[in-house]
Design a protein around this ligand. Structure first.
Ligand code: SF4
Ligand code: SF4
Length: 259
């Protein structure tokens, strides 16, 4: 079941897609039923609670999206663990963006040893216990060989490597275009139900990583909530924002980028 999120899931349910798939499995036409997932951990929890027969979950997971408010890699992974589901990882190298790092971040990984930046990203993704497969897009033979080297003789990240990755993550995130901490205080009072921190996270991903996936996430975050361009500039959100962000102006930039 591809691309499950709050909206697609409702559609699949209306069509009885899950019931049909489980029936086809009983009849031997399908071997395994799994989902690929893009939304918040709450939505994933709901799906896995309503359909415990789901056998495997594919999530976006990499060290930059780990605590990203929109992607929620860590929370989604933990939800899978709670439901006892094996996990397939997609976007471990964030569409290739974790290969070419800012110089300061690059140096941290170079000081660790000869392994490539992609190898560290893959190993980060493959380290958690419930991960049984990591999908990686490769576009030339050198990348195939590098990936085979990293995973053929797989070793989970050790404490020193994990600390280095954490430093790299901080450097990357400190260059965020919008320094929103995702506290979500602003969301409750918004008359247009705009998922402000999620839209800011999408914008940051687009600006820092030129990440094609951020367009897809923007669509998800606005499917059943307001778009950036729906803001009526009432200012309620700015009065409560502890970071004193000029949310109305920032949403204009978000709207220009995505709407
Ligand atoms: S200014 Fe815009 S984003 Fe902020 S609460 Fe009002 S409508 Fe929502
Ligand atoms: S209140 Fe400010 S910092 Fe908190 S989520 Fe909203 S925009 Fe981000």
């Amino acid at each position: 079941m591809h691309a499950q999120n709050a909206t697609n899931y409702e559609k699949f349910k209306r069509c009885k897609a899950y019931e049909t798939a489980f029936e086809l499995k009983k009849e031997g036409y399908i071997r395994h039923v799994g989902i690929s997932f893009h939304d918040s951990a709450d939505v994933l929890d709901r799906i896995l609670t309503e359909y415990p027969q789901i056998e495997v979950v594919q999530i976006q997971y990499n060290y930059v999206d780990y605590d990203d408010p929109g992607v929620q890699s860590r929370l989604c992974y933990e939800t899978c663990v709670r439901h006892g589901k094996p996990v397939i990882i997609m976007e471990p190298v964030k569409g290739g963006t974790l290969v070419k790092l800012p110089p300061e971040a690059d140096k941290i990984l170079r000081d660790l040893g000869p392994m490539s930046n992609a190898a560290y990203a893959l190993r980060f993704a493959a380290t958690p216990e419930n991960v049984f497969m990591v999908l990686s897009g490769m576009s030339d033979l050198a990348q195939v060989e590098d990936n085979v080297r990293s995973m053929g003789d797989f070793k989970p990240l050790d404490a020193k490597e994990s600390a280095a990755i954490e430093e790299v993550r901080k450097i990357i995130l400190s260059s965020s275009a919008i320094p929103c901490t995702a506290c979500r205080y602003c969301e409750e009072g918004c008359p247009k139900s705009i998922r402000i921190p999620d839209l800011f996270a999408d914008y940051n991903a687009k600006k820092i990583f030129h990440d094609w996936n951020s367009d897809w996430y923007y669509e998800i975050h606005t499917q059943s909530a307001g778009k950036a361009s729906d803001c009526v500039k009432c200012g309620k959100c700015e009065r409560i924002c502890p970071q004193k962000l000029p949310i109305r102006d920032l949403l204009e930039s978000v709207a220009k980028t995505f709407d």
